[in-house]
Each structure stands twice: as C-alpha cells, then as structure tokens.
Design a protein around this ligand. Structure first.
Ligand code: NAD
Length: 435
C-alpha cells in the first residue's frame, strides 16, 4: 500500500482519491480551491455523486483519507502522485493542458525523493512527453522519478462503483519499478483479477480518447437511428433493445436522447479531431458523431417548437432536468443549456427544476425561474420538456401533471414516459424515435 497525493479534488480526483484509500492506501487529496477543501474537512461533499458520501466518510474515519490545501507538503510526502486537474476545451478545440503542465512544474521543483508521477486527467497524446520534459527542467537535483499515464474511465452518476469495480485499469508506464508501485496501489483490483493493461504512455493516452470517442459515436448513431424511426413509425426503444442484446454491440450507451453532454465526450471528441488533423489523419466517424450531436440538440428544440405550432414567443415552458444525465449535478455541456438558451432566444419564459443541478445551472444561466420540485415547474405551463432522465420524472403522476399545466403538451427527450398513458390522457406529445 502506498502514500498517495491526488492533485485536483474534482469529480475524478475526489472519487479516485477516496477509492484508492478504500483499497488500503493512505491518500491526501489536495486542491487549489481552499473553500472546497474546507467543506471536505467539515464532512461536506461538494458534488452530487451517489454513494460518494459513504465512501469518503468511511475512509476519513479510518484515517486513510485526508484533505489539504498545502499542495507542496502533500507532494513532498507522497510516494505516488496522481494529477487529476481539469483539461477543458481551448479556443482551437484541443484540450487545454495548461494546469496539468503547471502542476508538473511544481512537482519538478519540489521533488525530494523517488516518486511515481501519474496523470489521471485526460490529456492529448504526447502530453506525457511534455510533462516529463517540464519535470526534468525543474528537477535541479536530478531526483529519480518515473512518469505514468493512468487514464480514468469512471462515469459521473456511477463513479463510485466504476472506480471500485472497473472493467480494466490502464497503466502507461515503461519502468518496472513504477509498474510495481502502481500494482501495489491497485492491489485490491489486481488480486480480484481486474485486467491491468500495461502499455506505453502514448498508448494509454490514446486509449482514453479512443474509448470516449467510440461511446460518443454509439450515442450519435442511436440518435440518428431514432430520428429515422421518427419518420418511418418504428419504435427506437425496441430497436435499441434488440441491438443491445447482440453481444457484439452491448446495450450500454445505446439510449437515444437530446445528444451527449458532460465534461468529457464533447471536449474529448473535439480534442481527438484536433490531434488527428495535426497528424493529417481523417477521422470521418468522429467528425460525424460531433456533427450529429450538435444537430440533435437543434432537433429537440424544433420538436418543441412544432408541438407549439411554431410559436414559442411569450410561452411559459417548464424544463425538467438540467444535469447532462441523471445522478449528477454536473451541467457542463448539458443539452438543457442549448434547450433553455434556444427557448429564451425565441421569447419563451422558463421555469426549471433539477433534483441536484439547480445550483450549478444557476451559475451559468441565472435569468430563469428555478423551482424546488416538478409540480411548481409545470404549474400553468404551455409546454413541458424533460431534459434529464431522473427517476423522479419517470415516476410523475401524469394526470396530476395535466391538471397543473395550462395546456397538456410535453416533449420527452429521454423516452421515459409511458406513451399509452400520455395518449389516454390526451397529451400532445413527442419523444425521440417513438412515434
Ligand atoms: P473538475 O473540474 O471537477 O476538477 C478539477 C479540480 O482541479 C478542481 O477541483 C480544481 O479546483 C482543481 N485544480 C485546478 N487547478 C489546480 C491546481 N493548480 N492545483 C490543484 N488543484 C487544481 O474536473 P474533473 O471532471 O474531475 O476532470 C478532471 C480530469 O479528468 C479532466 O481531464 C477530465 O477530462 C478527466 N475525466 C473526467 C471524468 C468525469 O466524468 N468528470 C471522467 C474521466 C476523466
């Protein structure tokens, strides 16, 4: 078991830090955001992620997990350092690795004994080499270290189980000593026969982008099939179920909807395109996935407009769900953003509610009405649109919904409502591929 420092205590850093402490390691999660660390030290989890509270509490109690804003001290005392800071999209569509490189510089400057330095952040192929060169430049005393790429595959909403029971762990590392260190970090997984994929740094970096782009492609593909179902009268839910039961395809990421969002797929597909272009390689499929995704968002807005006979001006629209998917408070690149902005542009007024993401969306779009339950949102609305597949919306009493609304018009962009019931209650409705 190792002494670990995780730099960046966001969605990935916090879950993986807590997860690695659960495996028996001593973990210190650090962040530049002092408020976040203060909250964590008070026992408050700053993000909504199912089961994270229990995981963190259990490991804080056992003294294997601590939080600190003394980044330099935490670097000094670590045997293994994981970099888990953000890599948002830059102005050219590539991943902005500036913070990763800043962290590498800091690590290089204060390297005091042998450490394994590992990047968990999603970084374009070739970033590992840049990190190593920055560490070397700042490592004045030539202290021995090894660099490793360990991309993270957890999904928000299922992050805890994804981290504790991953399909595989990818370790891009060339030194035997560092590989043994990391095998020790992930010992609980290793002894449970979770595949550890041992490869080079570049291959590990590539695996992450290839995986995310493939999943994005799958979503865009099923969305296009759903759009065709719309026109020909086939039912996408059954098409998708039949496709997914084919072992070669698998049912995951085969749910049609308003387009993929979140902090990964949109930026990672673009960053992969950027890398491909730089190396003069065509990636028509990934390009198509991005294009389809943008069109899918517009298509949802058009559907709502059609339900309201082309006139959104001065209409009161209820938006149910703001997070980019259920079980998270993350609204980064959420399809709800495009829906809300599109509606506002056409003169509609918006009331919105999300079980976890009201506060995050308020920071992005402050000028709409936020409510604390779906009933307050739908009251006197001309139409309602479901943007996130929360169970709470699946279980809505549709006759109550109808009574509260001004006109019973609903767009279900997640296909979670019962069509027979909507028909029985004489709703005017639309969905994605279930005419
Ligand atoms: P995030 O924005 O939630 O967290 C990043 C954290 O880093 C923040 O808490 C921020 O305050 C902190 N930080 C910024 N600069 C710092 C510095 N100089 N020193 C210390 N801390 C600093 O981001 P995230 O969603 O956790 O993503 C992190 C990385 O993991 C990204 O590269 C992302 O692409 C990748 N990733 C994300 C997910 C996901 O589902 N969110 C999944 C897999 C991989």
């Amino acid at each position: 078991m190792k002494n670990i420092t995780v730099i960046g205590t966001g969605y990935v850093g916090l879950v993986s830090g807590a997860g690695m402490s659960d495996f028996g390691n001593n973990v210190c999660c650090v962040d530049i955001d002092k408020e976040k660390i203060k909250l964590l030290n008070k026992g408050v989890i700053p993000i909504y992620e199912p089961h994270l509270n229990e995981l963190v509490n259990r490991n804080v109690k056992s003294k294997r997990l601590i939080f600190s804003d003394s980044i330099e001290d935490a670097i000094r005392s670590a045997e293994v350092i994981f970099i888990a800071v953000g890599t948002p999209e830059d102005n050219n569509g590539n991943a902005d690795v500036m913070v990763v490189l800043q962290v590498a510089e800091l690590i290089g400057k204060i390297l005091n004994n042998y450490k394994v330095i590992c990047t968990k952040s999603t970084v374009p192929v070739g970033t590992g080499k840049k990190i190593v060169s920055i560490i070397n430049k700042n490592n004045q005393n030539n202290i021995e270290y090894d660099y490793c790429s360990n991309p993270e595959f957890l999904r928000e909403g299922k992050a805890v189980s994804d981290f504790l029971r991953p399909d595989r762990v990818v370790l891009g590392v060339t030194s035997k000593k560092a590989y043994d260190y990391l095998k020790d970090v992930y010992r609980s997984l290793y002894i449970n026969k979770t595949p550890l994929i041992h490869t080079t740094i570049e291959t590990a970096e590539m695996i992450k982008y290839a995986a995310n782009a493939f999943l994005a492609l799958k979503i865009s593909y099923i969305n296009e099939v759903a759009n065709l179902c719309d026109e020909i009268g086939a039912d996408i839910n059954i098409v998708s179920e039949a496709l997914g039961s084919d072992g070669r395809i698998s049912p995951k990421f085969l749910h049609p909807g308003p387009g993929f969002g979140g902090s990964c797929f949109p930026k990672d597909t673009k960053a992969l395109m950027y890398t491909a272009k730089k190396h003069n390689v065509n990636m028509y499929t990934v390009n198509a996935a991005i294009k389809t995704n943008n069109l899918q968002r517009i298509r949802m807005l058009n559907k709502l407009e059609k339900l309201l006979e082309g006139n959104l001006n001065k209409k009161m629209i209820g938006v149910l769900g703001l997070a980019f998917k259920q079980d998270t408070d993350d609204v980064r690149e959420s399809p709800a953003i495009d829906m809300i902005l599109g509606l506002m542009k056409q003169g509609a007024s918006i009331k919105a509610y999300d079980p976890a993401a009201n506060d995050s969306m308020k920071k992005l779009i402050p000028k709409i009405e936020y409510k604390l339950n779906w009933q307050d949102v739908v009251k006197d609305c001309d139409a309602v649109v479901i943007m996130t597949e929360w169970n709470e919306f699946r279980g809505m009493d549709l006759s109550k919904l109808k009574k509260l609304m001004s006109t019973p018009i609903i767009l279900d962009t997640r296909n979670i409502l019962n069509i027979s019931e909507l028909k029985k209650l004489e709703f005017k409705f639309d969905n994605v591929g279930r005419k």
